[in-house]
Design a protein around this ligand. Structure first.
Ligand code: SF4
Length: 486
């Protein structure tokens, strides 16, 4: 072109990039008239994580000898590998290796995912907002609250409807939110009619400006079951306040088996089974994920024919974070007292059994058109090969979970991937690394681009490589018998 701009054809945006400038996604640039992927290409080293000496393949003095076999101790990820567009082009790198005498190939590409999102698990009992309510970032709808799990609140963010089905700004903010979360950054989210929460993978959530410390030991009923013996004889009644199931020691099966006598306690809420109550209060960020600050607000007056003066009552939340000790006066009214030393240990034990509260971010995407066509001329064969566990799918070298059924829909824990492995394109869509590893013979069988197979040593892209230590807890992606890891 007249102004020396070059056209990037790595995605449908087709940017014109002037010399020394970057394209709209900041991933490609014009360097001296050449289109280059500007980030380093990430290569995993198994040796480093095992404390062995690393032999850098680019540092080798000798030229490639034509042998297409690479080192099984080095794995070429798709991070920084680049994207191919339109779909019929082979993936940027199809790398050979030999594992236990078997020729393998790994097909790597940075996939453009229009259908993608993240599932966020937030370890807390605190109520973030009603199920199905909209989650916003920077005022835009980016997802919703979905079904909570045991001790955790769950968000579903992103997806094609937020990325491309709403306004331009909704799509851009959604893409930015997903990108930050997947690359390990923190984002502030607000739930309609709910809380504001700062989420970052591997970090505790910050809910309404309060950093969450611990997730609950169990529901109120489970907590009664776990600690009943430790309370027996030291206190007459224990109520474990929980938004899900509030437990009452004297009525619970655990108390019955230990011979705890009736106390005449009466709990507000809906009785489920003996000693287990639903809906003692509204959900909230107070005691045990309820909206209460005063635990007595869930009690009705004690039954006068059963209760007795000086009856000892411990009320505690499912994390042990909140607790209060009462004794009944002559009129059978609870009076707040200091927690006796004999009960301090059991409250501390509840806290001790609560695991640290963390946020977990799983990227979820569907490998469709350009991805599969970049691997084979007959894309459905790749899907079948993945389903039959002949092809291993990894994401930046990390194991993925493949959903059963049609397509290649996978999930990956972003904390198991190298940092900053994700990118974006302004369509908007997320760019995620994906690698397919399989036997060379199987690759030929499914119609792969065998003539494009090349060795590790032959990779000499403009941007160079970045060696990253493989996470020891991840299965090594280059093994002879690929299977779907969990
Ligand atoms: S957005 Fe990025 S990948 Fe797409 S054409 Fe522009 S520079 Fe290339």
């Amino acid at each position: 072109m007249a102004d020396d701009a070059i056209r990037c054809d790595a995605c449908p945006v087709l940017c014109y990039i002037k010399p020394g400038r970057l394209g709209a996604c900041d991933r490609y640039g014009n360097r001296d008239g050449q289109l280059v992927r500007v980030d380093p290409h990430v290569v995993l080293d198994r040796a480093r994580s095992r404390g062995e000496r690393v032999v850098p393949f680019l540092g080798r003095e000798q030229d490639w000898d034509g042998n297409i076999v690479g080192s099984p101790g080095t794995f070429v990820t798709a991070i920084g590998a680049g994207t191919t567009y339109p779909d019929y082009k082979p993936a940027p790198f199809i790398i050979s290796s030999q594992v236990e005498g078997v020729d393998m190939v790994t097909v790597v590409t940075e996939g453009i995912f229009s259908y993608c999102g993240v599932k966020v698990k937030i370890d807390t009992d605190r109520h973030l907002g009603p199920e199905r309510n909209i989650v916003r970032a920077k005022g835009e709808a980016v997802g919703h609250v979905t079904t909570s799990e045991y001790g955790s609140q769950m968000l579903s963010l992103g997806g094609v409807r937020h990325l491309t089905g709403g306004s331009r700004r909704e799509g851009t903010v959604t893409c930015d939110t997903l990108l930050k979360l997947c690359n390990g950054g923190a984002v502030e989210l607000s739930v309609e009619d709910g809380a504001t929460v700062v989420v970052q993978a591997g970090q505790p959530p910050i809910i309404d400006s309060v950093r969450e410390e611990r997730m609950r030991v169990g529901c109120g009923s489970a907590t009664i079951g776990m600690f009943a013996k430790q309370w027996f004889g030291k206190v007459d009644e224990v109520v474990v306040v929980d938004d899900h199931i509030t437990g009452v020691l004297s009525e619970h099966q655990a108390g019955k088996l230990l011979g705890v006598p009736e106390t005449g306690i009466r709990i507000k809420g809906r009785r489920s089974t003996p000693g287990r109550y639903f809906q003692v209060a509204e959900p909230g960020t107070g005691w045990g994920g309820t909206n209460i600050d005063d635990p007595l607000s869930i009690l009705q007056p004690f039954k006068t024919k059963i209760a007795w003066p000086r009856l000892r009552v411990l009320m505690v939340s499912t994390t042990g974070e909140h607790h209060a000790y009462y004794e009944l006066d002559e009129k059978l009214k609870p009076v707040l007292k200091d927690l006796p030393p004999t009960l301090q240990e059991s409250v501390a034990r509840i806290k001790e059994n609560c695991e640290p509260a963390l946020c977990t971010v799983l990227f979820m995407g569907g490998a469709g058109g350009s991805l599969r066509a970049g691997v084979t001329e007959n894309p459905v064969r790749l899907t079948n090969s993945v389903r039959e566990a002949l092809t291993r799918v990894t994401c930046g070298g990390a194991p993925v979970y493949i959903w059963p059924g049609g397509g290649i829909t996978f999930m990956v824990d972003v904390k198991r991937m190298p940092e900053n492995g994700f990118g974006y394109v302004p369509t908007p869509a997320l760019v995620a690394p994906i690698e397919f590893t399989l036997k060379l013979a199987d690759y030929a069988e499914l119609g792969g681009y065998v003539d494009q197979v090349r060795p590790l040593e032959s990779i000499l892209p403009e941007q160079g490589q970045q060696h990253v230590q493989a996470l020891p807890r991840n299965p090594w992606p280059l093994t002879k018998t690929p299977s779907t890891p969990s």
